[in-house]
Design a protein around this ligand. Sequence first.
Ligand code: TPP
Ligand code: MG
Length: 674
Amino acid sequence: MDIAALAQKNPAHWRRAAAIRTLTLDAVAAANSGHSGMPMGMADVATVLFEKHMSFDVTTPDWPNRDRFILSAGHGSMLIYSLMYLMGSEDMTLEQVKNFRQLGSITAGHPEYGHVKGVETTTGPLGQGITNAVGFAMAEEFLRAKWGKKIIDHYTYCIAGDGCLMEGISHEAIGLAGRQELSRLIVFWDNNNITIDGTVDMSDRTDQVARFKAAGWDVFEVDGHDPEAIDAAITEAKATPRPAMIACKTHIALGSSAQDTSKGHGALTDAQLIADAKKAYGWDYAPFEIPADLKAEWEAIGTRGRETREEWETRFALMSEGKQKEFTRAFAGDMPKKLTATIKALKKQISETQPKVATRKASEMALEVINPILPETMGGSADLTGSNNTKTADLGVFTPEDRKGRYVYYGIREHGMAAAMNGMALHGGVRPYGGTFFTFTDYARPAMRLSALMGINVQYVMTHDSIGVGEDGPTHQPVEHLAMMRATPNCLVFRPADAVEAAEAWEVALSQKTCPSVHVLSRQNLPTVRTEHKTKNLTAQGGYVLADAEGKREAILMATGSEVSIALAARDLLQAEGIGTRVVSMPCWELFEEQDEAYRRRVLPGGPVRVAIEAAIRFGWDRWLFGERGKREKSGFIGMHGFGASAPAGDLYTHFGITAEATADKVKALLGKG
Ligand SMILES: Cc1ncc(C[n+]2csc(CCOP(=O)(O)OP(=O)(O)O)c2C)c(N)n1
Ligand SMILES: [Mg+2]
């Protein structure tokens, strides 16, 4: 690699890119950890992108119509931190760069959404970013159609490494983007043929160019260190009617002795190596020093988009006041005032008519009234539309021909759907919800975890929630998934007992601004248990007394979802024998946990025996069985102790002993009355 020749070809560009390279070397050396090679390899691409193409104003990094830049290869976080510092982002001070990866700094090891302005999404788990980018691009298409080109009209750029393209999720992302003809999506592949274990060909011989083309993308191939070629490729990529991949042939850890080796992937901290690399760059400054004239050049790049942004603001101000308000509301994630009244009316109707419906159907009933008043929802399913009940009337279908369509056929791509929904939610102006079978939470889980970590409002509609699935058998019967999702921080898990709770859950879930929700819904029909209309949203309390004990309270039955009606039937049996029994419905543990202790103790007072009923594993229930003032020796669990089986649902409930009779027997045994 003739570094001197590169430097001479375009010295001004070279210097700008060298600033990224040296800041990366210095920050990683200071932290004594991190990843130097990727930013050193992709500095030229990033420089050209921000200098010549990105519509971005560092002073207003959250301007709704900005171009989005997503660093899917999140280990290269110093690339984006360097860019933000160089461009003069308010929060990215030199102090922050110097404190890369340290406690309390915003410069986390991997880019974290909400920490650094200009970081559009949390990346690090490879493959997530490129799939988020697909979601961003879908949101852009939808919003451009909805609001018009004058208001939304931007590109989504993404840098993906060999690792992102090797991860399975990239297959889902590429296929979805190709089918949807997301022409505003441009992915740069950091084609350096290096991963951690060595060269890519040790584990893969995919022809990435052919692969993208096969999925309906346009592909451009460039020398990733040639600024003119990069610029030309971006210009072409922007103009094609398809998503574009720019394969950038790069050298990891360019200009260092670790160049083109897997050693270059990680932290280059050797003082001599750093000194030699800087020498090769023609860089003769102290660590972290950026000469003033160069900093000024970068700051000018940072505000390149200012004029465009100001013009946009003028156009925005010309919209009617109503439209402006609506746009602002949708981007802020605020619910329309009508939502509560709408849900109340639905609840009243359900309590009056007391339908026996599956909660997946109940969720659809809620969406039928929500979607018309919440025009930013975009629904979808991973090829289970009819089963997940996610498509309501008049949504239309999102396609290249109808960008106003609000329903996405994601195909059999649970992981891709979840990560794309993250991108849509992060874009703003869109409220994504998507469905699959609850058991396939496993397939969507890495992206679901990131919804929670980022604290964004994505709605997961997870139907077929237990052995209630029946004949499809144990592969399709989730047993451990409730525990897994409940163990996930910052995520609301709703398992509604009937159509009233399902409606309440949707209201609460959509009203959150800092967390996703999972709606765990039955395949099988369930009776209405909330037969008395209450205007108050009881699900918002997480758990509440559904039916109290008559006479002396000797037992408390706790249940969720389809097992709440079993608890009520058990209560009938027990009350018939003079055993006062309270039934507590617990549709959302996280919200119950959030109530003050006095409320929790009112719902679950000490003294009576406690039995929890849930057609899932016990894991987690001890919190409520023994917690507060419950006692181990006075509590029991009715539920699953292993995987399910293939049989009609009713037979399975009997077979696994999840019945009113078994519950009543357990209570009596605990009371010594068995
Ligand atoms: C899902 C996932 N698996 C594994 C890792 C650990 N990891 C981080 S970077 C990396 C190699 C990535 O190779 P590439 O994308 O080519 O990056 P480069 O070495 O070129 O910087 C791995 C395995 C990860 N971050 N995410
Ligand atoms: Mg690589």
